[in-house]
Write a protein that binds this ligand. Structure first.
Ligand code: NAD
Ligand code: UDP
Ligand code: UDP
Length: 337
């Protein structure tokens, strides 16, 4: 008797009708507000790559569709143009709340809008998290420490912030967002996470974002002098974006509320940063001094011992390693201009 014919071959990409038990759990539904921006788009790449679904909610104030255009054909990806100041109904498991302009140039452009985004936007996302039982992560900032009187900054430091200055819409906005987050946690039982992010750089930053690393790199590539504000002796600590994204995901998946500092402790003066940019791009690059902006913090460096010990996270990419990766992205985009 002829043997039964073998089953038709399955195409390599066809999903089996029934998965063996325990092999794959249902993909998580993850919202990333501000997901068309610099940090958000890198986070989206990583969450999609691990197999989960992503909804980006963004009003494109500083974000760009091009940052996520490579996902538009992915059925696990959705892009919604929406302002987080307005309520929104979604059914999701996790919310990464990033929506907020981050560069001083952008957040000072319309300060009232900035504080509305921080307060009403965060309130809406917490209301959403409460309604659907989602876990909520706030991307706060090292700016909550203001012009710090402690150095380096630990999470236990309460900060030194001017409540009525030109940066207050952002600094105090984020401080209020942290307060709201903790009140929804204590009062409504929402699972929350708070990250305090220190200066981060990398590919996809807006070319004319106004932040120091993007300014110096774009200026040097365009053969313009690097604009050093003030005497250039103020310090910052610069984190490469992939380290931050790893930190955000680790924090979301862990059991600790935080807040956690996420930053690279390598500290540079702006003049030292200019020197690294010069060595990386063009030995003939020059600097020019400009008056500094109001309330500029004199120094900033994260103490990351809490994230190291509880989350087992620390940054891996130094400024000298990360800068060239950003330069090649900027080079391509400047040529396309
Ligand atoms: P970004 O400006 O590139 O991204 C912000 C995104 O939020 C943009 O896509 C923008 O269009 C969107 N957005 C702004 N207002 C919105 C609104 N009302 N509704 C919907 N979308 C809105 O900035 P980024 O560097 O990617 O920053 C992301 C988050 O990380 C921000 O919350 C920022 O405060 C925080 N953070 C960033 C840094 C850093 O150095 N990059 C440092 C500290 C904190
Ligand atoms: N909200 C939202 N989506 C939701 C649930 C709530 O945008 O799925 C908004 C809601 O419109 C409100 C905010 O989140 O402005 C806070 O909601 P909460 O239920 O905590 O407060 P309440 O609506 O009772 O004031
Ligand atoms: N800065 C500078 N030249 C620039 C842009 C910024 O010297 O073209 C300085 C700025 O005065 C501040 C530091 O760089 O001391 C970091 O500024 P940025 O706007 O990048 O971030 P933040 O002030 O939020 O840390």
């Amino acid at each position: 008797t002829p043997s039964p014919s073998p089953p038709p071959p399955t195409p390599a990409n066809a999903s089996p009708r029934r998965l063996p038990v325990g092999v794959r759990k249902k993909p998580l539904r993850v919202v990333v507000t501000g997901g068309a921006g610099f940090v958000g788009s890198h986070l989206v790449d990583k969450v999609l790559a691990r197999g989960d679904s992503v909804i980006v909610v963004d009003n494109f104030f500083t974000g760009r569709k091009e940052n996520v255009a490579h996902h538009l054909a992915n059925p696990r990806f959705e892009l919604i143009r929406h302002d987080v100041v307005e309520p929104i109904l979604l059914e999701v498991d996790q919310i990464y709340h990033l929506a907020c302009p981050a560069s001083p140039v952008h957040y000072k452009f319309n300060p009232i809008k900035t504080i509305k985004t921080n307060v009403m936007g965060t309130l809406n996302m917490l209301g959403l998290a409460k309604r659907v039982g989602a876990r909520f992560l706030l991307t706060s900032t090292s700016e909550v420490y203001g012009d710090p009187l402690e150095h380096p900054q630990k999470e236990s430091y309460w900060g030194h912030v001017n409540p009525i200055g030109v940066r207050s819409c952002y600094d105090e906005g984020k401080r209020t967002a942290e307060t709201l987050t903790m009140d929804y946690h204590r009062g409504a039982g929402v699972e929350v996470r708070i990250a305090r992010i220190f200066n981060t750089y990398g590919p996809r930053m807006c070319l004319d974002d106004g932040r120091v690393v993007s300014n110096f790199v774009a200026q040097t590539l365009r053969k313009q002098p690097m604009t050093v504000y003030g005497d250039g002796k103020q310090t910052r600590s610069f984190q490469y974006v992939s380290d931050l994204v790893d930190g955000l995901i680790t924090l979301m998946e862990n059991k600790y509320t935080g807040p956690f500092n996420l930053g690279n402790p390598g500290e540079f003066t702006m003049l030292e940063l200019a020197q690294v940019v010069k060595e990386t791009i063009d030995p003939s690059a020059r600097v020019e001094f400009k008056p500094n902006t109001a309330d500029d913090p004199h120094m900033r460096k994260p103490d990351i011992s809490k994230a190291k010990s509880l989350l087992n996270w620390e940054p891996k990419v130094s400024l000298k390693q990360g800068l060239p990766r950003m330069v090649s992205d900027f080079q391509k985009r400047i040529l396309d201009e």
